[in-house]
Design a protein around this ligand. Structure first.
Ligand code: 4AD
Length: 456
């Protein structure tokens, strides 16, 4: 027998096309035996034949064991997840039959690399795809092998790659700010505190302040880093550790920030959909998905308060919303679900926003701030123009009760060539939850971290 050529299971492998044999009577020149390696996704017995679907990443290939091969002990006791190698000839599947890539590997030899257990210990018994949520999370290392979590992780990869591409197109440079910090960005209530060689340090809530310091160095910048929030409530959209996509833009006005955000989001979605595997996964798990149309609806915070009052949607205390209220998750969800399109919610009151936000020129009660709200998830982006005047920044620290001492490096930015600038942070898991219509952001994480879970 000729020596087999090793091939991948992906449609992109030229060998999948090149080594194809269509019929016994019509052998192509150069057709040879191929060899593939993978884990068993499915086994089906039909008469004297055994159909084995082998999986390598998201790619799959159907293999056919027949004759003496299908009568061997290893073939008859084959279990899901067993790692194996199969050698044979690649054929187009007979008309009417379906298989990944329309190919089937007719085996003339196989060997087991490592067996996986069956019975009570079988993967699908320990973690049935529709199993209880806590069990699935406790065994996340196995749950990930199911089709949906695997597809989500793949789309997440494409999503991150797409952001990198878009920022490259826009001339933004990527940097990597520290995770261990001694300053807060988004309020003391959600800080993870730790002992840092006998000093107090925190896990970063946002890389924003550091990105601002890089504007004079590299121009427009971005980062994709972890942010940490000691969220003390269990909701569908809060994590303790999440991947934060943040960008900071120099010499801009508020309107530029909004146009940039609209462009980035729409372009990222186009790029994700250009990837056939990601597009297929989105179609499969979120069949109603439609690309958002531009321009996004723009609504000022004050208008949103009126909107909520008119519909009798109450605040967390059970009374009508008034100017100055935080719009809580439940009210925000009702709003986004009814509007059913992306919304730029802008001009939040100074009192409910962070110390660094720039006050609007036309109304000093509010800031040049924006949240992007998406149907089904709510806020996916938080951004603003930054206070760039030295004295104004000191007022901001004071208003929020922040001791400016440890912020000397941030304050210095307002001394050495300060500029109008702004930026934003986008929660990767919330964006993915919206894109794939996930019940919770926990499904968007490889190993989710939230109050009560730090394992596996
Ligand atoms: O609105 P946030 O708190 O804004 C900031 O951190 C700014 N400093 C970012 C910036 O301007 N560079 O958070 C930004 C986004 C939110 O819109 C949300 O998508 C996500 O981060 N986020 C969370 N995602 C999951 N779990 C949490 N606990 C999150 N907190 C914020």
């Amino acid at each position: 027998l000729p020596k087999p050529v090793r091939i991948a299971l992906a449609a992109t492998d030229p060998a999948i096309i090149g080594q194809l044999r269509k019929s016994q009577d019509d052998p192509q020149d150069g057709v040879s035996r191929v060899r593939i390696q993978g884990r068993v996704q499915r086994v089906a017995k039909q008469g004297g034949l055994i159909f084995v679907t082998l999986r390598r990443g998201l790619d799959q290939m159907q293999c056919l064991l027949s004759g003496n091969l299908s009568k061997t002990y290893d073939a008859l006791t084959l279990t899901r997840e067993t790692a194996m190698e199969i050698t044979g000839e690649l054929w187009e599947v007979p008309s009417g039959a379906h298989a990944p890539l329309d190919r089937e590997l007719r085996a003339d030899y196989f060997s087991i690399i490592a067996k996986a257990p069956g019975g009570d210990e079988a993967l699908t018994t320990r973690v049935p795809p529709d199993g209880d949520v806590q069990t699935l999370l406790n065994l996340r290392h196995l749950t990930l092998r199911h089709e949906k979590p695997a597809a989500i992780m793949f789309v997440r990869h494409v999503l991150e790659t797409s952001f990198n591409t878009v920022y490259k197109e826009l001339g933004c440079t990527k940097v990597s700010p520290p995770a261990l910090v001694q300053t807060q960005v988004e309020g003391g209530a959600t800080l993870f505190k730790l002992d840092y060689y006998d000093e107090t340090a925190y896990l970063t809530q946002s890389s924003q302040l550091y990105l601002e310091t890089v504007l004079p160095v590299l121009g427009d910048v971005y980062c994709i880093e972890k942010s940490f929030r000691a969220e003390k409530s269990l909701t569908r959209r809060h994590l303790s550790e999440y991947t934060h996509i943040e960008a900071e833009l120099d010499f801009i006005q508020f309107d530029d920030l909004l146009s940039h955000l609209e462009h980035v989001i729409c372009r990222v979605i186009d790029l994700i959909l250009e990837n056939p595997t990601a597009a297929e996964a989105i179609r499969r798990f979120n069949p109603e998905f439609i690309k958002p149309s531009r321009p996004f609806l723009r609504m000022r915070y004050a208008e949103a308060i009126d909107w909520l009052r008119e519909r009798g949607i109450l605040n967390e205390e059970g009374s009508d919303h008034v100017f100055g209220d935080d719009i809580a998750e439940a009210a925000e969800r009702k709003m986004t679900d009814e509007l059913n399109r992306p919304v730029f919610l802008t001009h939040f009151p100074t009192e409910i926003k962070s110390f660094y936000m720039l006050k609007a020129e036309d109304d000093q009660r509010v800031t040049e701030s924006v949240d992007i709200l998406m149907p089904g998830v709510g806020e996916i982006v938080g951004g603003s123009m930054r206070t760039w005047d030295y004295d104004e920044l000191l007022v901001g620290y004071k208003r929020e009760g922040i001791d400016p001492t440890s912020y000397f490096w941030y304050t210095d930015q307002r001394k050495y060539g300060s500029t109008p600038h702004g930026g934003y942070g986008l929660g990767t898991e919330r964006f993915l939850a919206w894109l794939m219509k996930l019940w919770t952001v926990r499904e968007a994480c490889l190993y989710p971290r939230y109050m009560g879970r730090c394992t596996p």
